[in-house]
Design a protein. Structure first.
Length: 138
């Protein structure tokens, strides 16, 4: 069995954003040479997320609006965690959207259902963060 590891780095200029990282994961898969196996994609920071959904701008806007209603950034004083920091909402948003995804690899391709894409969700941006791509298989 072969193994491949790569870090994808992001420097998001805004507090919150969603980025379709499917092309970057597909590039990793090509680099790995693995044709059958699994790919794990996970956020390496506790205020960021990796998830699978539809690549539709209205849906991404709806996620942002929904998350901000569930865990609003302000007032920052509403959170116990925000003593010296202002990112408690980012921790909560990450918990809702998830840390990682696993996708099957079949015939050298990501084995997705219709419309599925991999996204990086940022909830406390304005600094460098990374995503781990780990691929195992043959």
């Amino acid at each position: 069995m072969k193994s491949f590891r790569k870090e994808l780095w992001f420097d998001i200029p805004t507090r919150r954003a969603f980025i379709n990282i499917t092309p970057k994961v597909e590039e990793c898969l090509r680099e790995s040479g693995i044709k059958e196996g699994l790919v794990l994609v996970n956020a390496m920071h506790i205020t960021a997320s990796v998830f699978i959904n539809d690549n539709e701008s209205g849906l991404l806007h709806d996620f942002d609006t929904w998350l901000e209603k569930l865990a609003p950034h302000e007032p920052v004083s509403q959170y116990c965690h925000n003593s010296g920091e202002d990112n408690a909402d980012g921790h909560l948003k990450r918990q809702i959207m998830g840390r990682d995804v696993v996708v099957a690899i079949t015939n050298g391709k990501l084995d997705f259902g219709p419309w599925e894409q991999i996204f990086y969700g940022e909830f406390d941006g304005r600094r460098k963060k990374r995503v781990l791509v780990k691929i195992i298989g043959e």
